[in-house]
Write a protein that binds this ligand. Structure first.
Ligand code: PRX
Length: 634
């Protein structure tokens, strides 16, 4: 693979940790778990009844306790340096956060929320989102955060699936200067759902809202509640949260994470990856609606007592320099963002970041999609000035925390632009062929995880069978990641994108099946097939091939209607970049849509080696489908 190597690190050289992990991964993770505060120790480190793992069985712990109570020796220490999109600023100390969380926890309790109940959170990136999460964790309620860009029907599906008792939202949120009316969306989502007992509404934008019988304003909800609420000692395997994510089937799946194993994984990787020190100012740009925000905005930094910047809005609003302005003002030392954001910043030109003082930065990270080597080099030279290691962290909603990444807090290893480097200690990751045998170096194959790890999902909410079939049936005994990868001769991993029907648009996961079923719910469309094509900012964009119902005229109006329908049904992140209307979709004789052919056409590629293009289709069949489709496209 790429022979270009950057010998840069922070000078840490702890070889013992990796050696420890290599000897006995269970004992290794047990040692890491001891860095957390436990109410009771465990009787068994790992109960592994494939494919169900339970970590630290018998142990009792609380995530909110580990994020707050343990840091009260220094209550004045800043936990969150928050900046609103509208320029508003707030500093929230560990003492203040502790107080706010206890009040809110008491309020939740007195509204009838009990251990194990589900609470849906649909808020913009404001400190109250963290208060809500930590309050649920404190009393043992299971939070399910929904990204505030999702539509009413997406919220409804998730609230119904999780059977949430309470929904927490805001009047509105700022997005690129305008107000997104969140409460209105929640009202539409919850219509007729009587099992939702309360909707708590934070005042953020001050837009007009209607308060119904079950609605209560945040300030009224917490008023008169004492700022003292002991954290519930919960079993280690108690579910901390459900996070819905797109899969290869129609509906999003509820990934369920535990408490003790998850916190062990997040705490360890946060320290190893970011080398966090008391003097650091950490800034992760992820929204808490996604897993990066859960693990490395909400839980990781707080359980490590870090000071973080939290930013509410769009990275390029009101100007293209917004990010660098934030980095300069707060003297950010660790910056963790996405390749999509970096590609956008790079397009804006070097003179923008060059006009800011970014000398405080000492470590850079990326997550969520493959990073192109040229973007890596730009990040390294223009932002890091050749001084800062870049950690390219590979992981998934399901893995809970980082699985492959350079770990400058632990060791100094050479970096290769475009590679996420080595697996973290204590995990066993391999690249295998279709039949499950490990492939020799430099060969493309499927990425699998061969042993349980502490951050792994417990199951899919309410669906153990789906959990087994999605992750554990392709390679019995191995967790199937759904990613293609290559391991090079030095043991470095190169991630090559999804091998399944999941798209990654600007780093967001979108299931093709989910999107297709949304499209055909439009009254004018009879069939649809979507695919992703490369894009130089978003990594991948969506192209949709649609078959209109008989008698429906293909017009620009129809195109607009379909787009509006998708935005309304799923949310703006699923908007296709291009829609092609066709009279029929190319299918194999067995009725399977020829997806790779669609991708080839959408990318304007030649058909190439058609014999390998589609499973189970004859060469001439694919070729004629290709020719026919090209003629039809409107
Ligand atoms: O395809 C991989 C890609 O993102 C997928 C997981 O998506 P999600 O659950 O939304 O979590 C994203 C944040 C952790 C993976 O299966 N992916 C994630 N990180 C990387 C990546 N692809 C390449 N390089 C990465 N560093």
């Amino acid at each position: 693979m790429n022979s270009e190597i950057f010998d840069i690190g922070l000078g840490n050289n702890d070889t013992a940790t990796r050696e420890d992990a290599g000897r006995d991964y269970v004992a290794f993770w047990e040692k890491q778990a001891r860095s957390l505060a436990w109410f009771e120790g465990w009787s068994e480190v790992l109960s592994w009844k494939p494919p169900f793992a339970r970590w630290f069985v018998g142990g009792r712990i609380n995530a909110s306790y580990n994020a707050l109570d343990v840091h009260q020796k220094d209550p004045e220490r800043a936990a969150i340096l928050w900046e609103g999109e509208n320029g508003q600023r707030r500093k929230i100390t560990y003492g203040q956060l502790f107080c706010d969380v206890q009040k809110f926890s008491n309020a939740l309790k007195s509204s009838g929320v009990k251990k194990g109940d589900r609470v849906t959170i649909y808020l913009p990136m404001v400190p109250e989102l963290i208060v809500a999460i930590l309050s649920c964790a404190r009393i043992g309620a299971i939070h399910t955060v929904i990204f505030s860009g999702f539509s009413a029907s997406s919220i409804r599906d998730r609230v119904v699936d999780s059977n949430s008792k309470v929904v927490i939202t805001a009047d509105g949120g700022y997005r690129r200067g305008s107000i997104v009316k969140l409460k209105e969306t929640v009202d539409a989502a919850l219509e007729g759902l009587d099992f939702v007992q309360n909707v708590i509404v934070l005042r953020r934008t001050g837009n007009e809202i209607t308060l119904g019988k079950r609605d209560v304003l945040w300030d009224d909800f917490v008023k008169n509640h004492p700022a003292s609420c002991d954290a519930e000692p919960l079993p280690s395997e108690h579910p901390l949260y459900i996070l819905y994510t797109s899969g290869t089937t129609g509906k999003p799946k509820g990934v369920l994470h535990d408490t003790g194993g998850y916190l062990t994984h997040i705490g360890s990787t946060f320290r190893w990856a970011f080398d966090i020190k008391d003097s650091d100012v950490y800034f992760c740009t992820a929204d808490i609606g996604w897993v990066t925000g859960h693990s490395y905005v909400a839980y990781g930094p707080l359980i490590c007592g870090a000071t973080m910047v939290l930013y509410e809005g769009a990275p390029d609003y009101p100007s293209q320099s917004r990010m660098w302005d934030i980095l300069q003002r707060y003297k950010v030392t660790i910056f963790y963002t996405t390749p999509t954001a970096l590609r956008m910043f790079m397009k804006f030109g070097d003179s923008i970041p060059n006009s800011f003082d970014l000398s405080s930065i000492r470590l850079l990270g990326t997550v969520g999609e493959p990073i192109n080597p040229e973007v890596w080099r730009w990040y390294y030279t223009v932002i890091g000035k050749g001084r800062c290691p870049i950690i390219d962290t590979w992981w998934q909603t399901e893995t809970g925390g980082m699985m492959i990444s350079p770990l400058p807090g632990l060791e100094t290893i050479p970096l290769k632009p475009g590679s996420a480097a080595l697996p973290i200690p204590g995990v066993d990751i391999a690249v295998v062929s279709e039949d499950g045998t490990e492939l020799p170096p430099d060969t493309k194959g499927y990425l699998v995880i061969r042993k349980p790890w502490p951050g792994m999902l417990l199951t899919l909410w309410g669906d153990d069978e789906k959990y087994k079939s999605v992750y554990w049936s392709k390679y019995p005994g191995y967790y199937y990641t759904g990613d293609y990868a290559i391991k090079d001769k030095d043991g470095y991993f190169w991630l090559l994108g999804r091998a399944d029907d999941i798209l990654k648009v600007a780093g967001h996961r979108i299931g093709t099946a989910e999107l297709e079923s949304s499209i055909v719910s439009h009254h004018s469309i009879s069939e649809s097939a979507v695919c992703g094509v490369p894009d130089d900012v978003k990594g991948e964009v969506i192209i949709a091939f649609l078959v209109p119902k008989d008698g429906v005229a293909v017009t620009d109006g129809l195109r607009k209607e379909v787009i509006e329908h998708i935005r309304h049904d799923i949310g703006p992140i699923a908007t296709p970049h291009q829609i092609y209307f066709v009279s029929k979709l190319p299918k194999t004789r067995s009725g399977k849509i020829m997806r790779r052919l669609l991708k080839a056409i959408a990318s304007n590629e030649k058909i190439g080696d058609v014999s390998t293009l589609e499973d189970g289709a004859a060469v001439n069949e694919v070729q004629s489908a290709f020719d026919e489709l090209k003629k039809q496209i409107k």
